[in-house]
Design a protein around this ligand. Structure first.
Ligand code: MEV
Length: 437
């Protein structure tokens, strides 16, 4: 099944859509209309979006929302959040307001080092490889002087290159482990350019190296790439308050805090709970990462690997009670950038960064970590009290109403009705059907 095509990327946007409609939609005009409805009327803006990737045929909307009242280290922020899940922004905003009145969020960047590797095959005498490396190390560093000139001038660049013996993990496997400081850039392009240059120089030098010729086998570069595992690009955020701040009509503050801590302890030891717990954290982090034009796949990969750094996948957050004080914290690796990439190109990314007062990469790391902590706080608070569905379904109500193509008047009535009644899909459908009859 399926229809092959060649030269698709060479076709004009118009011809790509025509081909898709014929091949996959029986030439149905509504499919074409759907794509075109999402084109921007500003041709230049549309062209820029089309040029972000190959074979772009339309735009894919996600809501761009704002969660205000985030006090982080004495500065008040309104966080830009791009996410489709109905209740996430409401939860973030509630958590922000709660903590704003209790000293706000504190955050601190622990380190900002990123790494990249040149992965090498070598089956000769390790001592020969190590002595070759120490002879050529300065040449390897020198080979990237042009690439890193500007980065160096700003105080960043390559920090160190080490040769690592990985043969206990895989026969013949060595790596050039390179560490970098990329300042406000996420730095993927910079690091990869450096690595490829280092790899070329390494191979060129190895080709003429007498000891390898004598051995009859020299090292071979297999691949060079940055690592998205960034445990040395680490940020920490936390909140803290007296237990009685949690007291409500329904629950005593100490009991709430005990339940909260217990919920986090469960996520520390049980993988199925830990993954969902961390997914909730990523609701907040990804939303900020996306709004600010950063690479959420890189962040996701690095964060989850970090969650299993000790051999067991575990919670990224920690909660504890010391006497009358509750403290809730997160430690998370986040390689983010506030310059380069889409940051000066995508108008909404520019807007998001302006909204955050043009943060440095370190400031953005703290903001994103706080968004994750706030989200986790809101989720656990609901989970250990009312359950998650009450708030979630309240926000999801609008999606159900839109599915039913409810009018504004029907929506108003439904919202009024469901402030006092439990939302479920069937209850919402029944309510609208009754109105219509
Ligand atoms: C839903 O998107 C996120 C939660 O499942 C997180 C959690 O369970 O902690 C509510």
């Amino acid at each position: 099944m399926g229809i092959p095509v060649s030269g698709f990327s060479k076709k004009s946007k118009h011809d790509k859509i025509k081909w898709l409609a014929e091949a996959y939609f029986n030439d149905d005009a509504t499919a074409i209309q759907t794509l075109k409805k999402y084109w921007n009327s500003d041709d230049r803006l549309q062209e820029m979006h089309d040029e972000f990737t190959e074979n772009a045929i339309s735009n894919y909307y996600l809501p761009f929302s704002v969660a205000p009242n985030f006090q982080i280290n004495d500065t008040l922020y309104a966080l830009p959040m791009v996410i489709e899940e109905s209740s996430v922004v409401a939860a973030a905003s509630n958590a922000a307001k709660f903590w704003m009145n209790r000293g706000g969020f504190k955050a601190e960047v622990i380190s900002t080092v990123k790494t990249g590797q040149v992965h090498i095959d070598y089956f000769g005498n390790p001592a020969v490889l190590f002595s070759f490396f120490s002879e050529v190390k300065e040449k390897l560093i020198g080979s990237i002087s042009e690439i890193q000139k500007n980065m160096k001038a700003r105080g960043g660049g390559l920090i160190e290159i080490e040769l690592k013996d990985e043969t206990s993990k895989l026969m013949g496997y060595y790596e050039l482990h390179c560490t970098f400081e990329t300042l406000d850039a996420m730095g993927a392009n910079f690091i990869n350019s450096c690595l490829e240059e280092i790899a070329d120089t390494f191979e060129a030098e190895a080709n003429g190296y007498q000891a390898f010729e004598t051995e009859g086998r020299g090292p071979k570069v297999v691949l060079s790439i940055l690592s998205n595992y960034v445990p040395e690009c680490l940020v920490k955020a936390w909140v803290s308050c007296e237990l009685d701040h949690f007291s409500t009509e329904d629950i005593d503050g100490k009991e709430f805090a005990d339940n909260f801590v217990r919920a986090v302890e469960m996520a520390k030891v049980e993988i199925r709970r830990a993954v969902t717990h961390n997914k909730g954290i990523m609701n907040g982090i990804d939303a900020v990462v996306l709004a600010t034009g950063n690479d959420f796949r890189a962040v996701e990969a690095g964060v989850h690997a970090y969650a299993s750094r000790n051999g067991n996948y575990t919670s990224l957050t920690d909660a504890r009670i010391d006497e009358d004080t509750f403290t809730f914290s997160i430690e998370v690796p986040l390689a983010l950038g506030t310059v380069g990439g889409l940051t000066s190109l995508h108008p909404l990314v520019k807007f998001a960064l302006q909204l955050l007062r043009k943060p440095s990469a370190s400031e953005l790391m703290m903001i994103a970590a706080v968004a994750g902590l706030a989200q986790n706080f809101a989720a656990i608070r609901s989970l250990v009290t009312t359950g998650i569905q009450q708030g979630h379904m309240k926000m999801h109500l609008m999606n159900i109403l839109n599915q039913m193509e409810a009018t504004s008047e029907e929506k108003q009535k439904a919202i009024r009705h469901f402030t006092k009644n439990t939302v479920s899909h069937s209850a919402a459908v029944e309510f609208i059907e009754k109105l219509r009859n």
